[in-house]
Ligand binder design. Structure first.
Ligand code: SAH
Length: 259
């Protein structure tokens, strides 16, 4: 589906921005870059900024006019940093992601069009677009770097695509994590722990069974908030076991007077 989406950069001045855009695209799973009359391309600077995405630059289509870049597209989205004189249907980047995704999923070809670093897209170019997309930046400093603007839009497109594909948007597995660290402790295991804790606190003289005050309730509240895993519970139980070994036969002075 993402292969139906092309990113079109119009008359870009800085080759570094072309490389940055290619990298942003590849990070987000896009591959079709179209360059309309770039000022300096190919260029070592573009390759350097593309980092591992120079394959996109090698396959980039270079054309002379926006018209050629848009051949075959049934949805054209033009980006702009500022308000234009004629009101136009406007999308924010999130809506742009879902609209692009829906259109591409139905087999339509979509173009995301970006303008020149110093002048953006002309009114004539913007009028070739079905929608305008504005990244809601601070109006006092509205214009993003070109490659950064590409990054924002392709990120939103990837999020929409992942949701569409019912794929997770969060990393599901932490490398090297123990399965015990992914399972929460159960209520009955917690109760065993509270019994162990109460006994240990009594043994070390921190809890006075004759005058327990609210110590155990407060500790229950604290542990209850923590979302303890089975692995963490093993650590807590181990600490209590070792504490009891140390204090056996050597009761300490009580210290919970201010609890
Ligand atoms: N001075 C130009 C800014 C160009 S920035 C102008 O006023 O239009 C280069 C390109 O980055 C823009 O043409 C657009 O494609 C993109 N861009 C930068 N900031 C943006 C924003 N806030 N919303 C949408 N696109 C933006």
């Amino acid at each position: 589906m993402l292969q139906n989406v092309r990113v079109v950069l119009v008359n870009t001045s800085h080759p570094g921005n072309i490389g940055g855009a290619a990298r942003a695209m590849k990070n987000m799973g896009l591959s079709r870059l179209v360059l309309v009359d770039p000022c300096d391309f190919p260029s070592p600077e573009a390759d350097a900024r593309a980092s591992g995405a120079s394959d996109l630059l090698e396959r980039a289509q270079v054309v002379g006019t926006l018209e050629e870049a848009l051949v075959g597209c049934s949805l054209v989205l033009g980006t702009s940093a500022r308000d234009r004189s004629i009101p136009w249907p406007l999308l924010d980047p999130r809506e742009c992601g879902t609209t692009t995704c829906q259109h591409a999923a139905q087999g339509g070809e979509v173009a995301l069009v970006f303008g020149r670093e110093y002048a953006g897209l002309t009114n004539e170019e913007l009028q070739r677009c079905h929608y305008h997309v504005h990244i809601p930046s601070d109006p006092a400093f509205a214009s993003l770097n070109l490659a950064s603007a590409v990054q924002v839009l392709v990120y939103e497109l990837r999020m929409a695509w992942l949701i569409e594909q019912k794929q997770p948007t969060k990393m599901s597995k932490v490398e090297g994590a123990s399965p015990l660290d992914l399972q929460l402790v159960t209520a009955d295991e917690l109760e065993l722990y509270y019994g162990h804790l109460e006994k240990t606190l009594t043994d070390i003289g921190f809890l006075d069974p004759a005058n327990p005050r609210h110590l155990m309730s407060r500790l229950r509240r604290l542990y209850g908030r923590a979302g303890i895993s089975k692995l963490e519970m093993n650590i807590l139980r181990g600490i209590l076991t070792e504490t009891q070994k140390v204090v056996q036969g050597a009761p300490h002075k009580r210290r919970n007077d201010d609890v």
